[in-house]
Design a protein around this ligand. Structure first.
Ligand SMILES: [Zn+2]
Length: 824
């Protein structure tokens, strides 16, 4: 839902004005309000875990904003955060907006809240509002009924949650809630208090859960992806037929801030200046002072502008500020019973200023990878870490820079700096040595050396946080795509139609990548029942963005997706299938049963990666531990059986550290300018199989025959009379990869007499950009299809693609050319 307001950016100004007026009319300063989200009451919120839609409820005052999901049987926050009716799905402080909450399940999911008709809202005596709902069923079948009441009082920095269970026997009902927060969250408790918390340091959000009764510290335990918080036995008030426990839930910038909030301390504002360059990710910590039962140092992060808020009780504290590549600063501060502002200035920075331009001198998107290197004395500098893999901008040792210009602060040392922009460009390799406090400047021209005229690169399968199974910032995904020079990428989050438009706009990168709405429909069985489709009609503010639901029958599911939006024209892609299961053995018991072959009727393309598997021998295939991941050989068998489903390869990236770019498709296109790419043309070309699949090398394949006016291209079907066919193969690589073997496959069979390697045919291979450019005579039976593959055997993509994906070989595989030969 992060995209909602971007899509409607024309309306945004009007909407914001309207919200302003609304708040002035409806809410006195500090006053709490409750309202149902719908047209005219859609409030923007910041944070990467935002999931609200129309029909949900918003509670807000001048401190916090919380979204309660509409009680409804099919209200799900996202693919993996399910049955969220009456739960809190978005929650943040207003002075540090960063919603990172997947879901707070009051009563730990033991009751279902499926009836929106049971919702009551109203005003509280003394200023404030409430939202209340009764359960429709108990999952424990113990005949009890639960009521949840959320209260937000004017000026309170927390939401009060009253959970009441009534029934004949409530003795087994324990006081527990559960929370869904993922990946970088850590859970803890404030010792000697009734407060448990979960903290995401990097995205600056801590959620606190304080029992209002009792003295015991709650305990965390895991149950599946949810974490359960069991309050002390003294936290509940019990009678024979009724048990009740009350929790205050807080949003805070850190555990320290939470401790201050729960102690009623005032907000202290910190402002750190002196950070040089982008993504400084300033860390602050209290390193001395009285901070109750917390342990020193107590850390938190500032926002990108260097500002942060921490609630601190009166006292003397020593505060430290630090950021990568800067000398730290320490200061003694005196906090009184009033709010104050504290300014700190970081020490001198060590920086590299990088400008990357294309051959015409214009800045272009690029990825900069920094690797620690040895200096002359043999001292090794470690690889820098600029951010975690779910962040945007600077991730791991990489800086993703959509406008080609950045200043990076980094520890002094010796570095190999790699500047790259995907496999059509030569990478620039620089060695830099930089001393403490030094400022270095690097200007590089990236040359587009590989000629891909008539083809554009496409990634058809990517994820980020809205997918629900990862926590990556979606902005970082789009930066990945743009900086790796992907020309076309639909948005394909799990179970939700969405768009990348507002992220592209934020990056100012609309000229560099075309995109469209789409989704991945993710059912079971895995891995077969996953399909992507684009374009799809996006209905913002609605469940799943208006997308279809899954089915446990893959045939039903793919048919539903294919026919969605009144059977509109779209591309339907089967993701990472087990091809044997698809075509012949649905239960994978070894006995052929027809599989789910009916899926083929609705499928336009299928993923066949990894492409290097096309070179496997039958012995190697037999020895595979996971034979289902061998897709490309069974795909060729499928083609041989007459089912002409084109192949594609995609990264299925979920994280932002070299997540995109190491697999791509080149698709035939009438334009080479990304901004002019039309989705309908991409759909059409992909359906026709005018596609090249690659980890980096670019290869064109044509079929020449004296009887053809023009050579046949990838995806074509031609008829020729008699022999004389030649396959024209041209492979190009930028300076960071190479190929040393080329193979031609006729009807899925490798043709040994056409095998070319650098060892056996050194004269056929080049050492410049063009690695191979040969016409090979080929003998074709009556009906055939020709596929060509090239690989750098025992070679790697190398450090440009990072330590993990860089270990993959350079490899490229064409889609087939179909040939009918009238033999004389
Ligand atoms: Zn996926």
């Amino acid at each position: 839902m992060m995209n909602v307001f971007g899509e409607l950016h024309l309306l945004r100004g009007i909407l914001m004005t309207w919200i302003g007026v609304f708040l002035m009319l409806q809410s006195p300063a500090g006053g709490a309000s409750v309202e149902q989200i719908g047209e005219g009451s859609r409030h923007p919120m910041r944070g990467k875990e935002i999931d609200w839609i129309d029909g949900d409820y918003v509670l807000r005052n001048d401190q916090v904003v919380a979204v309660i999901a509409r009680p409804n049987a099919d209200r799900h926050a996202n693919m993996t955060v399910r049955s969220v009716g009456a739960c809190i799905i978005d929650f943040t402080r207003l002075d540090a907006e960063s919603d990172q909450l997947s879901c707070y399940y009051p009563l730990a999911g033991r009751y279902q809240f499926f009836d929106n008709g049971l919702v009551e809202t109203g005003d509280l005596d003394g200023g404030g509002v409430f939202w209340r709902c009764r359960s429709t069923a108990a999952t424990a079948r113990n005949e009890t009924v639960a009521t949840i009441e959320y209260q937000l009082r004017d000026g309170d920095p927390y939401l009060t949650v009253i959970k009441t269970v009534t029934g004949e026997d409530v003795s087994k009902v324990t006081a527990a809630d559960s929370v869904r927060v993922d990946t970088t969250f850590v859970v803890g408790t404030l010792a000697e208090t009734t407060t448990g918390y979960c903290e995401d340091e990097h995205f600056r959000q801590t959620y606190g859960f304080e029992a209002t009764l009792g003295t015991k510290t709650p305990l965390w335990s895991a149950s599946g992806r949810n974490r359960q918080l069991k309050y002390g036995a003294d936290a509940a008030e019990r009678s024979e037929n009724r048990v009740q426990w009350i929790t205050r839930i807080y949003a805070a910038s850190s555990p320290l801030d939470l401790w201050g909030l729960t102690s009623g301390a005032k907000a202290q504002r910190f402002s750190v200046s002196g950070a040089v360059g982008e993504h400084p990710r300033i860390k602050l910590s209290v390193i001395a002072g009285s901070i109750g039962s917390l342990e020193l140092p107590c850390e938190w992060r500032s926002a990108a502008d260097g500002k942060s808020v921490v609630h601190l009780p009166p006292g003397q504290y020593r505060v430290r500020g630090e950021a990568i590549g800067h000398l730290p600063v320490e200061a003694d501060i005196k906090v009184t019973s009033e709010s104050s502002e504290f300014a700190l200035k970081l020490g001198a920075a060590t920086t590299v200023q990088v400008t990357v331009v294309s051959e015409d001198g214009q800045p272009i998107p690029c990825k900069a990878s920094f690797y620690g290197a040895k200096d002359e004395d043999g001292n090794m500098t470690p690889d820098p870490v600029f951010g975690i893999e779910s962040q945007s901008g600077a991730v791991g040792n990489c800086v993703y820079c959509a406008d080609g210009q950045f200043v990076r602060s980094l520890p002094p040392g010796t570095y190999d700096l790699l500047l790259s922009r995907g496999p059509e460009y030569d990478a620039v390799f620089e060695k830099i040595q930089i001393a403490q406090g030094q400022q270095r400047t690097v200007r590089a021209t990236l040359k587009r050396v590989v000629d891909t005229t008539g083809w554009v690169s496409a990634e058809l399968h990517s994820h980020s946080s809205p997918s629900g199974d990862n926590t990556s910032d979606q902005l970082g995904r789009v930066e990945n795509l743009v900086c790796e020079q992907i020309d076309f990428a639909p948005c394909t989050e799990h179970q939700r139609i969405e768009s990348y438009d507002d992220q592209l706009e934020k990056l100012g990168a609309q000229a560099f990548m075309a995109t469209c709405t789409g989704m991945e429909l993710t059912g079971s069985p895995l891995p077969l029942n996953h399909q992507n489709a684009f374009p799809l009609k996006w209905k913002p503010y609605s469940q799943d963005g208006g997308g279809p639901k899954t089915s446990s029958n893959p045939v039903t599911q793919i048919a539903r997706l294919a026919m969605w939006d009144d059977n509109s024209d779209k591309l339907v892609q089967t993701n990472h299938p087990n091809v044997r299961q698809l075509v012949e053995d649905r239960d994978l018991d070894g006995n052929p049963d027809g599989g789910f072959a009916k899926m083929l009727d609705f499928m336009d393309v299928m993923e066949v990666h990894p492409p290097e598997n096309i070179f496997m021998t039958s012995e190697e295939v037999k020895a595979m531990k996971r034979p289902g991941t061998q897709r490309i050989l069974p795909w060729m068998e499928l083609l041989k059986s007459g089912r002409r489903i084109p192949g594609v390869v995609n990264t299925d990236a979920h994280y932002n550290w070299n997540g995109s770019g190491w697999l791509r498709n080149w698709v035939r296109s009438s334009t080479d300018e990304p901004a002019k790419i039309r989705t309908a043309e991409m759909v059409d070309r992909l359906e026709k199989g005018q596609v090249i699949m690659s980890t980096g090398p670019f290869m064109t394949v044509q079929l020449h025959h004296p009887g053809l006016e023009a050579p046949a291209a990838i995806g074509d079907s031609v008829t020729v009379d008699g022999a004389g066919a030649k396959v024209a193969i041209k492979v190009q690589c930028a300076n960071w990869m190479d190929v040393n073997r080329v193979e031609v496959f006729v009807n899925g069979e490798m043709q040994p007499e056409l095998s070319r390697t650098r060892k056996t045919h050194p004269q056929d291979f080049g050492n410049g950009v063009v690695k191979f450019d040969q016409h090979l005579g080929v003998t074709l039976p009556g009906e055939s299809f020709v596929i060509v593959a090239a690989i750098g055997e025992r070679m790697e993509l190398g450090r440009v693609m990072g330590k993990r994906y860089g270990r993959r070989p350079p490899v490229v595989v064409s889609n087939p050319i179909f040939v009918t030969t009238n033999l004389k």
